[in-house]
Design a protein around this ligand. Structure first.
Ligand SMILES: Cc1cc2nc3c(=O)[nH]c(=O)nc-3n(C[C@H](O)[C@H](O)[C@H](O)COP(=O)(O)OP(=O)(O)OC[C@H]3O[C@@H](n4cnc5c(N)ncnc54)[C@H](O)[C@@H]3O)c2cc1C
Ligand code: FES
Length: 303
């Protein structure tokens, strides 16, 4: 069980959790993620480690409530427990001194790109961060991003914060202004990552994307996260989640991510009609685990 030590609202429907997870905190590298489960009947979902503090033994995850499990997680508060957290999973992002790098992130993608942007800055790169969101209330971690970037551009679809327009419009402007960019990292919705790749491909700029394929076990066993990269099947959980954008088949990724859309919609509707049922499952599973752990500890002591 993993105790929630602190929570913070980052934006509308976006919440940050600080979890007590010392072993994960000690090993975590930028770009890695965890897979968590909230109760013993619940599904497993992947979430990127936004930050960690090895000394305090904590990890941060930032969550956007979009479906049943992310909504349920967003209802938990300080003092509650997450039943299982497995990680760190996935390969860490490749961090070196490329020269000038552009980190491009869409809304919650910012929380996923932030630790790598910080590592890229520490590695001596000139970091240009372009954060995009639909509206001002979905802009996250702006202060943190500014602190690790040499230049920061905030883009909103409706112009309610920063400049109006898409992240790709800003990237195009930078190219038009003569910027020589050596490396691009794009993290966000699939259409956004595909659009970034379309801009960088003709310029032969190495571009890495973090793939948000559907995951279950996170160990390469279930096949759920299969993606087509360079005409070869890869598993995003063990071969990624970062891949060279040029090689990714974004169409196949989109199709696979939409496979369960109707079931997901139905399960969210059922959940929102009666969230108390699943909240009780979270609390009961954790209480049961606590009792079991206590019984084991007592048993060991009495031997
Ligand atoms: C490596 C990785 C890291 C991620 N990091 C974060 C993060 O830091 N913060 C965050 O908010 N989200 C992150 N995600 C996405 C997050 O896992 C999904 O939002 C979550 O699984 C949706 O679960 P749900 O039950 O709430 O929604 P569902 O009802 O299962 O799905 C709702 C929508 O989310 C999509 N979806 C479902 N499962 C996944 C999945 N496993 N991955 C991606 N999309 C999915 C579906 O296509 C659907 O459109 C990450 C995904 C991956 C693969
Ligand atoms: S999540 Fe099961 S193979 Fe990747």
């Amino acid at each position: 069980m993993f105790k929630i030590l602190r929570t913070q609202t980052l934006g509308t429907g976006i919440k940050l959790f600080v979890l007590d997870a010392p072993r994960i905190a000690r090993k975590q590298r930028p770009g890695q993620f965890v897979i968590l489960r909230l109760h013993d009947q619940g599904e497993r979902i992947p979430l990127t480690i936004e930050d960690s503090d090895p000394e305090a033994g904590t990890i941060n995850i930032a969550v956007q409530a979009i479906g049943k499990t992310t909504h349920l997680l967003s209802m938990l508060n300080e003092g509650d427990y997450v039943l299982d957290v497995v990680g760190p999973l996935g390969h860490p992002s490749e961090v070196r001194n490329y020269g000038t790098v552009a980190v491009i992130a869409g809304s919650i993608g910012t929380a996923m790109a932030y630790p790598t942007a910080r590592a890229l800055k520490q590695a001596g790169n000139h970091v240009i961060f372009i954060e995009g969101a639909r509206r001002k209330d979905l802009v996250v971690l702006e202060d943190e991003v500014r602190a690790v970037s040499d230049e920061t551009y905030m883009m909103t679809d409706d112009g309610s914060h920063g400049e109006q327009g898409l992240v790709t419009a800003k990237l195009q402007q930078l190219f038009d202004a003569g910027w020589k960019i050596d490396f691009v990292l794009a993290v966000g919705p699939v259409p956004m990552m595909a659009a970034v790749a379309n801009l960088t491909r003709p310029r032969k700029i190495r571009t890495v994307v973090s793939l948000n394929s559907i995951m279950v076990d996170g160990t390469g066993m279930c096949g759920g996260c299969r993606v087509l990269v360079g005409n070869t099947s890869k598993f995003a959980c063990v071969d990624g989640p970062d891949f060279d954008a040029e090689e990714v088949n974004f169409e196949v990724l989109t199709r696979r991510n939409q496979m369960y859309r109707n079931n997901e919609r139905r399960s969210l509707e059922e959940f929102l009609a009666n969230p108390e049922k699943d909240l009780a499952l979270v609390h009961d599973s954790c209480r049961l685990r606590e009792v079991e752990a206590h019984a084991t500890a007592c048993g060991q002591r009495s031997k």
